[in-house]
Design a protein around this ligand. Structure first.
Ligand code: NDP
Length: 413
């Protein structure tokens, strides 16, 4: 039977690639829900092509345009942020791909989890902001979260087939975020949390376009330079986050929550070629990694097809002509955002939420020419110092702290 997929953020970089996968596998997948924020023309085009049951255009000013353009088709058209939560719970949907950007992903993701959906998680900000709450809800609702981020997919693939049940059956948790029960080992990741089997996670980073720049040179880099990522073609926000290495900091936090490994056992390694997508070192010293051409369609497709692997015509690694694979330590003086993310996860509570909110504000300000590249880390740090701290936040607390942090960061610019 075809699996029905809801794509949140269908007009973005991940969303359009997900639609390519659905188009290439029409017997397996159906685009059942599509959502966008403002790109009405592209959403209409996608809806006419894929004929989903429901579409949401989040920006209310675009609603009439989308509704009229699709009036001849049996497609329900909605608008607004509440509608995103409603369609996330549609009883027909099997998989929700969260490919919208930023804090806006939190509410629909929580709604989908509460409706027991399988989540293909691209929207890492959800786990950065509220990782503890979201992973707890996922366990309570037996909602599997499958990573789309290439690094986390690589870690996930490196963990496949390992027996995490062996010596911790007594103390294992009822379920885990990564519900690998469909995999070869029945006990598998149900006791992954803080597993002694994993010694370290090696999270690789390209280092972004400014890896070799001096601090002096970083002072004057422009948004145009920062938007040219050496290896990946991504949306604007994550491309800037990659240039500051805030993205890697977010990924450390994401890995902590997905795989139950504390941040001090997650080592960031700069690997400019982006061929090794990440690795896991086990307690016997063995290291398993996943490699490939940088192509997001591979992890997106696996998040849909797991535990199967589908045939694809995506580019293959050319082993005879591969350039050298090199590895470096990240420079935390130049890329302070990465250090701030480690600090945020160590302090816990609402601090990672503040980190994310302040980052969204400065990221946009930098793109709009209202703030310098190095100022971004300064403002995020000062916002982390000034915002109210809540040790054990509720969902409502996250919304309140997100607003407070955005206000403070905006004032600091
Ligand atoms: P894009 O900016 O390319 O696309 C974002 C999508 O989300 C668009 O469809 C956009 O709609 C929609 N959107 C934005 N804001 C809102 C909102 N407030 N409400 C509803 N919808 C909204 O982003 P990416 O595809 O690059 O990234 C998406 C997520 O995936 C991010 O969290 C990113 O960190 C993560 N990710 C991305 C990777 C990549 O290769 N691109 C790799 C790994 C993770 P519209 O087009 O109408 O504005």
């Amino acid at each position: 039977m075809k699996r029905k997929i809801a794509i949140f953020g269908s007009t973005g970089s991940i969303g359009t690639q997900a639609l390519d996968i659905i188009a290439a596998n029409p017997d397996r997948y159906e685009a059942y829900v599509l959502t966008a924020n403002r790109q009405s023309t592209l959403l209409i085009e996608q809806a006419r092509k894929f004929q989903p049951a429901q579409v949401v255009i989040a920006d209310e000013t675009k609603y009439e345009e989308v509704r009229e353009a699709l009036a001849d088709l049996p497609i329900q058209v909605y608008t607004g942020q509440d509608a995103l939560c409603d369609v996330a719970q549609n009883g027909e949907v099997d998989i929700v791909l969260t490919a919208l950007v930023g804090f806006a992903g939190l509410r629909p993701t929580v709604a989908a989890i509460r409706a027991h959906k399988q989540i293909a998680l691209a929207n890492k900000e959800t786990l950065v902001v509220a990782g503890e709450l979201v992973t707890r809800l996922a366990m309570e609702n037996r909602s599997a979260i499958l990573p789309v981020d290439s690094e986390h997919s690589a870690i996930f693939q490196s963990l496949m087939g390992e027996d995490f049940g062996g010596e911790r059956r007594e103390e294992r948790r009822e379920s885990n975020v990564l519900d690998l029960q469909k995999s070869t080992k029945e006990e598998n990741v149900s006791s992954l949390h803080n597993s002694p089997l994993i010694e370290r996670i090696i999270l690789t980073a390209s280092g972004g376009p400014f890896r070799k720049f001096s601090l002096e040179e970083l002072k004057s880099v422009t948004p145009e330079q920062a938007l040219k990522h050496p290896n990946w073609d991504m949306g604007a926000k994550i491309t800037i986050d990659s240039a500051t290495m805030m993205n890697k900091g977010f990924e450390v936090i994401e890995a902590k929550w997905l795989f139950g490994v504390e941040a001090d056992r997650i080592q960031v390694v700069v690997h400019p070629q982006s061929i090794i997508h990440s690795a896991v070192e086990f307690r016997d010293g063995a290291v398993k990694a996943q490699l490939g051409v940088p192509d997001m369609r591979v992890p997106i497709q696996l998040a849909f097809s797991y535990p199967e692997r589908l045939q694809s015509n995506f580019p293959r690694l050319d082993w005879y002509n591969m350039s050298d694979l090199t590895f470096e330590k990240p420079d935390l003086q130049k890329f302070r955002c990465l250090a701030l993310a480690f600090e945020a996860i160590q302090r816990g509570g609402t601090i990672p939420c503040v980190l994310n909110a302040a980052n969204e504000v400065v990221n946009l300000a930098f793109r709009e020419g209202r703030c310098q590249f190095l100022q971004m880390a300064d403002i995020v740090e000062r916002t982390m110092e000034r915002t109210t701290f809540i040790a054990q936040p509720t969902l409502d607390d996250y919304f309140a702290i997100d607003s407070e942090a955005r206000r403070i960061a905006s004032e600091l610019i």
